[in-house]
Ligand binder design. Sequence first.
Ligand code: HEM
Length: 231
Amino acid sequence: MIKSRIMTLIVGLALFGAIFSSTTISAQSVATIDGTVNASEYAYSVVTKAGVYTLYWSIDQNNSMIYVGIVAATTGWVAVGFDAQTGMDKADIYFGYVDGDQQNAVDTYSDGPTGPHPADVDAGGKNDITDFAVTEKNGETSFEFSRKLNTGDSRDNALENKQIKVIWAIGSSDDITVRHEPSNRGTITVNLFTGATESGGDGDSSFGAITFFISSLALFASGIVLLRKRR
Ligand code: HEM
């Protein structure tokens, strides 16, 4: 009896940890696109590289929109790419940068594993960024933008409720044809609609780490209980 109660508790803890090990910060789904990223504006976030790049986002299902925020340690370009295949191939990439007092955002699409990724407007597509703002402060760039989940553009990927590869990178110049350092790019596998990350990223809060730890511990303990029961 006691053993079965313990088992129920352990399995419950494991499920809780597994479900909440990704980071869900707030219920707010519409961020203010002003070039200042506040964690509370976004439902989800992941630190892809500590001290270098954090990605924030919210899905507004009522209006079929995604809101994205990037905070990265560069005064060059910052970028995120949705639904990449091999390397950068077929990634729907968005660049933001500040050049002088000019804020810039470019909707692009990668035609190969290492590019090129011309602007959609130069490759038969259109610019589907509905709103954006980019600011630079203390060596960091903050880039916020929004777009429809499904733009209908052949040079964009429709965003759906499934795991996709999201790529990130930063450059040291404002020229979006000048590549990143190998250490300043990466890939995470994530479901943008649930915030569940499969791999990559450093996690963005101790909450995620703690729940992951608890779920691992609970799964380990439940394994021991099951083994003991079998004997
Ligand atoms: C600005 C022009 C760009 C050029 C010329 C370029 C070029 C390259 C090259 C040559 C590689 C292979 C070497 C390496 O692993 O570092 C690479 C890899 C990669 N790039 Fe880019 N890149 C550009 C922009 C971007 C952007 C904007 C992103 C993300 C939004 C990105 C994400 C990646 C990723 C994730 C990899 C590793 C792919 C893998 O091996 O799985 N790149 N890029």
